[in-house]
Design a binder for this molecule. Sequence first.
Ligand code: 5GP
Length: 186
Amino acid sequence: MTDDRWDADPDLGPVVVSEKALAERVAELGTELTADYEGRPPLLVGVLKGAFVFMSDLARAIRQPVEIDVMAVASYGSATTTSGVVRIVKDLDSDLTDRHVLVVEDIVDSGLTLSYIRRNLLARQPASVEICALLVKEGRQRARIDLKYVGFHIPPDFVVGYGLDVAERYRNVPDVRVYRGPVPVD
Ligand code: 5GP
């Protein structure tokens, strides 16, 4: 689908994952999760802000009861790379004891953020913790993490759209695109 508004933006490069491909893959993940969590309703933990679009679509693609919670983390580092030092900015409201937790993440680059989150959540005595990541950058992971559900493996360019931003812009772009503009200073 062409999208003149975003096609005309000089800071945006090619589409990496189209709106249509996103919708199809999210529907598939929803079907898989519906089967895997049969009889044990998951608590979806969205990692803000980037995962808000993905979580909203994914939750509706799961055809059984789910609960939703969110957490926000900040990583020390520049605007487009992660240092691996992560701080919880907004914690969950839910008690995780004996819950089946499904972490919903937008993108995995080094994997350090998710590795931290997973360790942090496992310390709260959940029944299980699995990860559903929409995008995984190829060849970039520095931490070994078990990603049970993955939407797409993508090249290691910096991308925006479908929830992902640069300096809070472009989260509402309906597909995932390469960002080619200036890198903002933190
Ligand atoms: P990691 O800890 O895996 O290196 O980085 C994960 C976090 O960095 C993501 O949750 C996201 O906030 C940010 N990030 C990594 N790559 C990208 C990217 O290509 N685009 C955007 N917008 N954020 C990214």
